[in-house]
Design a protein around this ligand. Structure first.
Ligand code: TPP
Ligand code: MG
Length: 799
């Protein structure tokens, strides 16, 4: 709807006038979508609606200042902006409301996200980067309030990196860092910690970020007086305002109904951020919410009569209209006509979207009815089937679920029959399931070859070195050969991380590529997500696994879902590096793997038992597209390892286990630091003629893609999973994989068991560790007890 960004100064009056009217058209179209959208929900055609009414005009101004290559990280109110940058049509808006799974119809998420969650496509049909400099970009929205903020920081920081680091292949991503990352957030969501953490971090980093607060004084029903000190976000942010002596923010305040002032404000914000790389906050005040928060309730319940009247009078579209008339851009009659036309257009768009959404299901219905006719004719239970068929054929607007559910119910009436009609029904269901997989399940992970292995090689006279040296020299190789890589985290820069795995690398590669970050895990992660979305290969370092909890929300809600929620149209190939396992103390034990495994589907979770393995994982990951959490064994830093001579090239395969000791009495499965203890115990067990096979899982997500563990169980008939997580934590996950997915139960002669830490968090100190986590004696006795049970003659009772 808008062509290109132009200002009043650079164009003629006629051109300006036509742009104004085009903007008005967009505002009215968007409003009409909101109004009709609400009706679609209330009449049951759509499940839920959350719309951008009352926030139209500032979004037009933002769209004017938004350039190709820029990125948005926003929230569910931004439909007008998306329309104004030509990335959302009214028809697509309704397709989103109906959850149309055809991405051609519903480009925002192919029906995976509820309406109001927007994106543009960064990847082409092969999953390769498009040229992001030839389009206006929107990172895919998430629902958790302020969840967009950490990512916004990274999107902005990417410009800073592209401007300051030489040698990166930047053509598709940046023009010398001139791109701005634009954030939007509701006034109430500024109460979240993510908002404040991002604001502070962007001020420190001085990145081209413009953050817009759409202020309508409410967060659902809760007024600003319960949300914001002084009820005024720009007022309390004043300390961030830059001055002659200090960098900081430019803070601008503008009424959300004042079109010309908005246009000026956004031009100014854009120029400051773009050229100076200074973050800008625009507090857009006096906005309204004509239909209330969402379709789940009405705002009459919590807004006073006075407020409701004020909102009517100060509706931004109404004020925009008045301004157009006052300035003779158009008459009231002309605008009436325009509005009437738009109403018709939007109704038509709605109708088209519904038809396009329904069409494939109606075709499927036709197929099914025919199949059910045939099945009924050939079955002794035809009465039951006919009744199901009747219900389906009478359903004029069926959901896919209605069809599949009916077909599956029919099968129950066909038990015991062997007819070609029944087989046709089964084939129809199977085909439907394939499509349903594509529509609802595919793209959680990118299909990529994770199993590439390059073994470490060694000089003849290999020296043993402190394990950190292996990581350091491997990172040195990485940074040397891949200019798009960078690492950042607490203490990662000047001292080269707390374990010296980056020693000397800041000096060598500069402060932009090896950098210190503030103590703010949520935004360290956000830096990574945003930069990965703009073609860089960031490694975000979280000092210890226990502190991953601080960024767990972003890992789980944002990073892990990027590929899935965009149906493969965006990616964020970020590596999160951390250290954990087998430490001591309630907040330093690094054991809570089960929690992560449950929450990070969509990512790889890797648990290398030593630094050579870890180095190999980093190298493998940098050639792949899936985000990963790599947990180095902190106590592995105390050990020495042989120094490979192919650092930078060696690769640890992902999703592949390693059998570190062979045996045929029992299979012991473990990972990380506990694996080392298991290995030692396995040696001790040989003294009593117990030969354990020890398997290092190495990669928890994905898990044992070759299904090697079941092969071991087939040989040993006994299985013990050992880890340092709580009972029912990661060990339960591992057991589910081996028993349920690999069907190892078929080969078991003894009860499969787990040996884990205690329920409580690990107590401090060596004794705390001994009595909290599985010790060598615990493992020995557990294995011995299993062997005793199976052969008490050979293995008499130990205790
Ligand atoms: C973390 C989280 N908490 C609560 C919610 C539920 N919720 C959705 S929107 C919203 C209010 C947001 O208000 P505001 O930021 O002012 O945006 P507005 O809707 O007014 O534009 C709430 C509480 C959520 N989505 N995420
Ligand atoms: Mg609000």
């Amino acid at each position: 709807m808008q062509s290109e960004t132009q200002t009043e100064n650079s164009i003629s009056f006629d051109e300006f006038k036509s742009q104004v009217l085009e903007d008005y058209r967009t505002a009215v179209t968007s409003r009409e979508c909101s109004l009709l959208g609400r009706r679609e929900v209330l009449t049951g055609k759509a499940k839920f609606g959350i719309f951008g009414d009352g926030k139209e005009v500032p979004q037009l101004a933002m769209a004017k200042a938004f350039k190709n290559g820029d990125f948005r990280s926003g929230y569910y109110r931004d439909q007008t902006f998306m329309m104004a940058i030509n990335e959302l049509t009214a028809e697509q808006f309704f397709a989103g409301l109906y959850a149309d799974t055809n991405i051609e119809n519903e480009p925002m998420s192919a029906g995976r996200q509820m309406g109001g969650h927007f994106m543009t496509h960064s990847l082409d049909e092969n999953g390769d980067w498009k040229n992001l400099m030839e389009q206006k970009n929107s990172s895919s929205d998430i629902s958790p309030t302020a969840g967009q903020m950490p990512r916004l920081l990274g999107l902005a920081q990417a410009s800073k990196i592209y401007r300051n680091v030489d040698g990166i292949e930047a053509k598709k991503f940046s023009d010398k860092g001139n791109e701005v990352a634009w954030g939007t957030i509701g006034n109430a969501s500024t109460s979240e910690g993510h908002f404040w953490e991002t604001i502070n971090a962007a001020g420190v980093l001085q990145v081209p970020m413009v953050i817009n607060v759409w202020d309508d004084e409410y967060g659902i029903s809760v007024h600003a007086k319960h949300q914001t000190t002084k009820e005024n976000i720009s007022e309390i942010l004043k300390g961030f305002q830059r001055d002659e002596d200090n960098d900081g923010y430019e803070i601008l305040i503008v009424e959300g109904w004042d079109y010309p002032k908005l246009v000026d404000t956004y031009e100014k914000a854009s120029a400051i951020a773009r050229t100076e790389h200074c973050p800008v906050l625009i507090h857009v005040i006096e906005l309204t919410q004509p239909q209330g928060h969402s379709t789940s309730g009405s705002h009459e319940r919590y807004k006073s009569e006075e407020r409701l009247t004020w909102e009517k009078e100060n509706d931004c579209n109404l004020k925009f209209r008045q301004w157009i008339i006052e300035n003779d851009f158009a008459s009231a009659d002309q605008l009436d006509d325009l509005e009437k036309d738009i109403k018709k257009e939007v109704r038509k768009a709605k109708h088209n979207a519904w038809t396009a959404y329904l069409q494939p299901t109606l075709e499927k219905k036709k197929e099914l009815v025919k199949i059910l006719d045939n099945v009924a004719n050939s079955s002794p239970n035809s009465n039951f089937i006919k009744s199901i068929r009747k219900e389906i054929s009478g359903n004029k607007e069926p959901l896919k679920k209605d069809l599949v559910s009916a077909a599956r119910k029919c099968l129950r009436h066909l038990i015991g029959e062997e007819t070609s009609e029944k087989n046709t029904l089964i084939a129809w269901l199977d085909k439907f399931a394939e499509q349903a997989y594509e529509d609802y399940a595919a793209y959680l992970y990118k299909e990529e070859d994770t199993k590439i292995e390059v073994l470490p090689t060694y000089d003849e006279e290999t020296e043993e070195v402190d394990a950190r040296i292996i990581l350091r020299d491997n990172f040195d190789n990485i940074f040397n050969s891949r200019p798009e890589t960078l690492i950042f985290g607490e203490d990662s820069g000047e001292i080269g991380d707390v374990n010296q795995g980056l020693e000397g690398l800041q000096k060598k590669y500069g402060q932009f590529r090896v950098s210190d970050a503030g103590i703010r895990e949520a935004t360290i992660l956000g830096q990574g997500i945003g930069m990965a979305m703009r073609g860089l290969r960031p490694i975000a370092e979280i000092q210890y696994l226990d502190y991953v909890m601080y960024c767990l929300q972003g890992l789980s809600d944002d990073l892990a879902t990027v590929h899935y929620r965009t149906k493969g149209k965006q990616k964020a190939p970020l590596i999160v590096r951390t250290r954990g396992h087998r430490l001591e103390g309630i907040w330093h034990s690094g054991s809570q793997m089960g929690g992560f495994l449950n929450l990070l589907r969509g990512m790889y979770v890797l648990v290398p038992r030593n630094m050579t393995k870890a180095a190999g994982f980093y190298n493998t990951l940098l050639d792949l597209d899936t985000p990963a959490l790599v947990i180095e064994c902190l106590n592995g830093y105390r050990l020495k390892e042989k120094l490979p001579n192919n650092l930078g090239e060696l690769k640890t395969p992902i999703g592949v286990t390693e059998t570190v000791q062979e045996g045929d009495d029992i299979t012991l499965v473990s990972y990380g630091s506990t694996l080392r203890i298991v290995e030692e115990v396995a040696k001790e067990l040989q003294e009593v003629d117990i030969h354990a096979e020890v398997i290092d899982v190495q990669s928890l997500l994905p898990f044992d893609l070759n299904q090697d563990i079941v092969k071991s169980v087939e040989k040993t008939s006994r299985l013990l999973v050992i880890d340092e997580d709580v009972p029912g934590g990661a060990s339960a996950y591992i057991l589910q994989k081996i028993l349920d997915e690999q069907n190892a139960y078929r080969y078991l002669d003894s009860k499969p068991q787990t040996l884990t830490a205690k329920e409580h968090r690990p107590a401090y100190g060596t004794d705390g560790d001994y009595f909290s986590k599985p010790s060598a004696e615990d493992i020995y006795e557990k294995v011995y007890a299993i062997m005793h049970e199976s052969n008490p003659g050979k293995y008499p009772k130990l205790r």
